[in-house]
Design a protein around this ligand. Sequence first.
Ligand code: ZN
Length: 251
Amino acid sequence: MYEVYALKCGERDTTACEFFYREPSHDRVTLDFFVWLVLGGPHPVLVDTGFAEEDAAQRGIRGYTSPAAMVRRLGVRPEDVATVLVSHLHWDHWAGHALFPSAEFWIQREEVAFWTGPMARYDVYKAPANPGALARLVTLNYASRLRLVEGDREVLPGLRVHRIGGHTAGLQIVSVETARGRVVLTSDASHFYRNVERRQPVQIITSLPEMLAGFDTIQALAGSERLVVAGHDPEVAERFSRVEPGVVRIA
Ligand SMILES: [Zn+2]
């Protein structure tokens, strides 16, 4: 059985109208930025890579702590992280890849194709991209460190990735069997609980129908235990148990 932790690497404020789809409210909304660590298997598995200090400075992130420092707080050396399941390639999930020098990165093939394809020329898709980090996809692939997957895959017994799309072309989420039941790490398939619980989309989209269907998939995977971990919601620390500042034990 696995243990799952959410590790907070920083935070930033935005407004509801900028973030949620066709949302009129100007209320302030705080985004927490996480990576998620899965322990109890043959080796530690990380979900997403977070981002580096330069990105934090450029993007106005408060209280940055490196994802490498965060995994160390749970007794894991970054170089011992053998597998990283990358939900998608936005800067805040991919730009920290160099912090995990031995990892193999599992990414949906469609996600890589999108960020290296024709849409890269449009400003709307440039904003959440870190081109330097995206360029490294090529060298990492030739170093045999990318595992390009299509659809749903078992990573280890009881640990799976599921393709969702919607927010990005090949967004994937992760399900993990634990002693408390199946945990669903949604990453940006549901930034906040209000996305999945009220079926409220966000504004950053490649397919709105896929985003909506993704909310159904999250709830179907979570079942009655409802161990859903939203991707950027500060409420994660309240719904689950905070071990110390920045570290939340999910199960
Ligand atoms: Zn994100």
